[in-house]
Design a binder for this molecule. Structure first.
Ligand SMILES: Nc1nc(=O)c2c([nH]1)NC[C@@H]1CN(c3ccc(C(=O)N[C@@H](CCC(=O)O)C(=O)O)cc3)C=[N+]21
Ligand SMILES: [Mg+2]
Length: 288
């Protein structure tokens, strides 16, 4: 039996996408051209193909032009850097997204650093990471931005709340911690070396799980009435029969018995990531 209210990320994302579509129409009525996002996909990774397809479909629905640049996995780093430089110069391109992961012979950090910071709609460039960490306006990574939007929609003001972020990646954990600090929460960042993670987690009013370990966060780790945001997307073998299913970093059924609010996987954070990419692309176009 579940006590927790399930946070409908899909519904929140659809509302945000409808708002963005309206804003795109309004900007065009005022004489602007449609926002344009360049999406670069290197190689044939099946998950990346699906993500890119979903991003492009969401752009289209919001009136955002997407320009896909597919290259095969043998593309050299120099060739990719040349493509990024061309997109930086292209005045018709507002946002640039280079889908990760890149093939192993390419240095992702070098590619990310080559993107013009004001076209970096992923918010991964060190300049945008620095802007976020210092409280300046810039591009915020889509996944943590989506998590903050869900928290604020669910809880309203979170100032003074105790939050724990489990995971310290540049893509989710660190920027999530910065956003929570900006919202005046009291923030703990835990990771694989943290001592007594269950005890730390039990203190928290807000738990953001972004470790990439299937169902690691257990129900008895949680404070009753807390809010759980599950960033994990783990494909695991089904118990019975063949095929795989998607699970988060949180053991959902037992966590839902303890938490007041919890995001599901799928249908939680993932759809908000895409909606926030559109939000960032609109922002990039508005600043041009
Ligand atoms: N440059 C770059 N930027 C990214 O933002 C980026 C990336 N590379 N590489 C891969 C990750 C992953 N990511 C997701 C986006 C949407 C869902 C999503 O919509 N998930 C759905 C469905 C999941 C499914 O069925 O597979 C859900 O959770 O309900 C998931 C994951 C963006 N990423
Ligand atoms: Mg992201």
């Amino acid at each position: 039996m579940s006590l927790g209210q399930i946070i409908d990320g899909k519904a929140h994302a659809l509302r945000l996408r409808a708002d963005i579509a309206q804003a795109v129409i309004a900007a065009q009525a005022a004489g602007a051209r449609a926002p344009a996002l360049a999406v670069v996909l290197v190689g044939e990774d099946p998950a990346s193909q699906v993500y890119v397809r979903n991003k492009i479909a969401a752009c289209h629905e919001a009136g955002i032009i997407s320009i896909e640049h597919r290259r095969d996995a043998t593309l050299s780093q120099a060739e990719l850097l040349a493509l990024v430089a061309e997109l930086n110069r292209d005045r018709q391109v507002d946002g640039i997204l280079v889908q990760l992961p890149l093939p192993p012979h390419i240095d992702s950090a070098a590619v990310i650093s080559a993107i013009a910071p004001d076209k970096d709609v992923d918010g991964f460039h060190p300049v945008n990471a620095g802007r976020l960490a210092t409280g300046l306006d810039g591009f915020v990574p889509c996944t943590p931005l989506g998590c903050l939007r869900l928290l604020e929609a669910t809880l309203g003001d979170i100032s003074g709340a105790e939050a724990i972020v489990i995971g310290r990646s540049n893509i989710v954990g660190r920027p999530m911690a910065s956003l929570l600090i900006g919202a005046s929460a009291t923030v703990t960042v835990a990771h694989s070396r943290s001592r007594d993670l269950p005890e730390l987690t039990r203190r928290a009013d807000i738990v953001v799980a972004a470790v990439g370990r299937p169902e690691m966060v257990r129900g008895h780790w949680l404070k009753p009435g807390c809010t759980v945001i599950d960033v994990g997307i783990n494909r695991v073998a089904k118990e019975s029969g063949t095929g795989t299913r998607l699970v988060g970093d949180v053991a959902f059924a037992e966590a839902a018995d303890v938490a007041a609010h919890i995001t599901p996987v799928p249908g939680g954070v993932g759809p908000m990531t895409i909606a926030c990419l559109l939000e960032n692309t609109l922002k990039a176009a508005s600043r041009a």
